[in-house]
Design a protein around this ligand. Structure first.
Ligand code: SF4
Ligand code: SF4
Length: 304
């Protein structure tokens, strides 16, 4: 695999500036940040707690650059539970050495079983302990995905592991640094790469009250939905496959902060609502946390 050229990084920097909503002038700086990700001067340590690895799979689905370039030329991963060749004691040594040296960007995927520490371990030790040590040596901490950001499915009501989000876990351990939340089930690859590039080049990005980058979570799905005019005219779909707004089929677009409607998924091909599926609020701060969380609840009434 050939290394990416300076020209390719500049093009990527310009695209990253656009996806962050920054002016073209930010492109060269972001290109430098992306080069730092690739050459190892901005190393990434990626740890997984209670997760399905879906956010890792989503990263592999990144289109620009594609998965092969992303892994070989783009992000210098010190360790990744799914992607690294190292296993067993070797993996433990790599992680311990990285934590000892510090200075990396920590990406944590998944929730933390605070009430049952041995439900998720690394080398026989509770993952929560490793998270805390890794966070203290990190230049920045990114909670990637809904489980890491808010607890998500592992923290669903009645879960037996006492699962909590990364920011809640770290706050309980006295960690006072800011943890960026990038919710989504899974997290969009642009949200991960764009946030990393911003943090490396410009520091922490502008965030909302949940510490979600506003470039990606500043608006609700509903605002830019192609079915918004149907909502305004009260033309509602009664069944899946019907034309019209999906609100009465349970769409949570009006209360879910994310930019899926404009960014789209799978390299800009489509997203849930345009494909005819109501937004289930996978990026919502409430996603899956209670037994009453409304997946496809029918018959909702439009607010006056
Ligand atoms: S389909 Fe969902 S997001 Fe789109 S306009 Fe209707 S309620 Fe809003
Ligand atoms: S449209 Fe809603 S359910 Fe679909 S990916 Fe975006 S936030 Fe998740």
């Amino acid at each position: 695999m050939e290394k990416m050229t300076r020209r390719a990084f500049l093009a990527l920097g310009a695209r990253t500036a656009a996806l962050l909503g920054l002016s073209a002038a930010a492109g060269p700086g972001l290109a430098r940040a992306l080069e730092n990700l690739a050459d190892g001067t901005a190393p990434v340590l990626w740890l997984q707690g209670q997760s399905c690895s879906g956010c890792s799979v989503s990263l592999l689905n990144s289109e620009a650059p594609g998965p092969a370039e992303l892994l070989t030329d783009y992000i210098h991963l010190l360790f990744h539970g799914t992607l690294s060749a190292a296993t067993g004691e070797t993996a433990e040594q790599v992680i311990e050495k990285s934590v000892e040296l510090g200075g990396y960007y920590l990406v944590f995927e998944g929730a933390v079983p605070q009430g049952m520490p041995r439900a998720c371990t690394m080398g026989g030790k509770p993952m929560g302990d490793l998270l805390e040590r890794a966070a203290r040596g990190a230049r920045a901490v990114l909670a990637v995905g809904s489980c890491a950001s808010f607890g998500g499915i592992p923290a669903a009501e009645n879960n037996p592991t006492g699962s909590v989000s990364v920011p809640d876990y770290l706050a309980g351990r006295g960690y006072s640094g800011k943890v960026l939340r990038l919710p989504g089930c899974p997290c969009h690859p642009d949200w991960i790469v764009g946030t990393l590039a911003h943090v490396i080049r410009f520091g922490l990005p502008p965030v909302d009250s949940f510490n979600r980058p506003t470039a990606f979570y500043g608006r609700v799905i509903h605002d830019q939905c192609p079915r918004f005019s149907d909502y305004e005219r009260e033309k509602f779909a009664a069944r899946f496959g019907d034309e019209g707004c999906l609100f009465k089929l349970g769409c949570l677009g009006p209360e879910t902060h994310a930019d899926c409607s404009s960014r789209l998924w799978n390299g800009g091909i489509n997203y849930c609502v345009r494909a005819g599926g109501p937004c289930i609020g996978c990026a919502s701060e409430h996603f899956a946390l209670t037994t009453g969380f409304p997946f496809y609840t029918k018959g909702r009434q439009k607010p006056a």
